[in-house]
Structures are given as C-alpha cells and as structure tokens.
Ligand binder design. Structure first.
Ligand SMILES: [Zn+2]
Ligand SMILES: [Zn+2]
Length: 78
C-alpha cells in the first residue's frame, strides 16, 4: 500500500481527507471545523462566502472578446 501524499506537500503523508473536496491533507494542512476536517482551500473558500464568483466580469469580458474574435476573424482571413 503506497502512502497517500498531501495535496499541498508532495513530500508529506496525508493522514486526513478534506470533507468538502476530498483532497488528502497532512496534519499541518488539515483545518478542524464544524463540518469536520477541511483543507486550506476550502476554509478560504468558505470565508469568502457563498459561491458568488468575483470573476464574473472577467468571464463577461472573455465572452465579448470571443464574440468579437468570431465576428472579426472571417474578415481578417478573407
Ligand atoms: Zn477541501
Ligand atoms: Zn500539507
């Protein structure tokens, strides 16, 4: 049986699993919360609040850029 490594420390054995995302984490990375053992990323994600994306405008800009590309590319290729 090969030891499972921590998702944040490739050189350390993971002794816990995150209750939220299922990542293996070492004792230094595990965060004990009301919901059980969590990883750092999940704790930070919960601190930032519910799943409201702060990058929504980035996606809107990306969408606009994509539309412009699709509209302009045939003209440039012609
Ligand atoms: Zn997690
Ligand atoms: Zn770790």
């Amino acid at each position: 049986m090969t030891p499972i490594r921590c998702a944040y420390h490739p050189d350390r054995d993971a002794l816990h699993y995150c209750n939220r995302c299922g990542k293996p984490v070492c004792p230094d990375c595990v965060v004990r919360a009301a919901a059980g053992n969590l990883c750092r990323a999940c704790v930070e994600g919960m601190r930032r609040g519910p799943a409201r994306s702060p990058h929504v405008w980035l996606w809107v800009a990306a969408g606009v850029a994509l539309v412009l590309l699709v509209v302009l590319l045939p003209r440039l290729l012609r």
